[in-house]
Design a protein. Structure first.
Length: 244
């Protein structure tokens, strides 16, 4: 173990720019053993990006070393590098064009075409038209009776994206509302639980009093009925009533 620590320290001093680079790495990343990797590029803020697929598990094989070691946050990573850091992109931004050109070699053309495009994979659009989005998942309302003015969707218009059967957003899965009562003032309700939410404090208190009165009436009726039964049994003769 001691030998491994010494060798890792020697390699760090050699490949990480001496003691200064080593201390900066300890201050920013805090990793031990000290990490080594292939330099993949840097962004405009001076953040340097590295990769090592051999010595580290997936999820730890890519990391960033900040350009400003005293002022760094994960939000400092620009979008083009964020996709690479999270393994959404295989190639870094500096190598994306070469990577795409290499991948396009595997596209098999089915027929000859004189179109001004070099492949027919994916959506082709030279100018991005924001009001006619190819991705229809964004053409949806942003609130009740509001629509979506960003994509030109007026209030009440149907959403353009596909929904599976059974989804609460699917028209075939939306059940019509059936109201069972009206509390007045436009307070229609579809269930007793919903009606309880719409009642005022005074209405709830009056309802509780009515329930209490019905309960007391039922209790009094049961007591009177029990007394009549006991009197009738007592009139039949001694010993006919238990405990008499």
């Amino acid at each position: 173990m001691v030998y491994g620590v010494i060798r890792n320290l020697q390699a760090s001093l050699k490949y990480r720019g001496g003691w200064k680079g080593l201390f900066e790495h300890m201050y920013t990343n805090g990793d031990y053993p000290f990490k080594f990797g292939t330099y993949m590029g840097a962004d405009t803020a001076g953040n340097r990006y590295y990769e090592n697929r051999v010595d580290y598990p997936f999820g730890q094989h890519r990391w960033v070393e900040p350009g400003d070691i005293h002022n760094f946050d994960s939000a400092s990573i620009p979008p083009e590098w964020h996709g690479w850091m999270t393994s959404m992109n295989d190639a870094p931004p500096s190598g994306e064009e070469a990577y795409i050109e290499e991948r396009k070699k595997n596209i098999i053309p089915l027929c000859e075409s004189d179109a001004n495009i070099d492949h027919n994979v994916g959506h082709q659009e030279e100018v991005y038209n924001f009001h006619h989005l190819h991705n229809l998942s964004t053409v949806r309302s942003r609130g009740w009776n509001i629509g979506n003015p960003v994509v030109g969707l007026p209030p009440g218009a149907k959403d353009s994206y596909y929904t599976q059967p059974g989804s609460p957003y699917n028209d075939a899965s939306i059940r019509p509302r059936v109201n069972i009562g009206d509390l007045g003032g436009g307070r229609v309700y579809k269930s007793e639980k919903w009606a309880d939410r719409l009642r005022t404090v005074d209405e709830k208190a009056a309802l509780e009093k009515a329930k209490e009165a019905l309960t007391q009436k039922a209790i009094a009726s049961e007591e009177a009925s029990a007394a009549r039964r006991k009197m009738a049994m007592a009139q039949r003769g001694a010993g006919t009533v238990a405990g008499a």
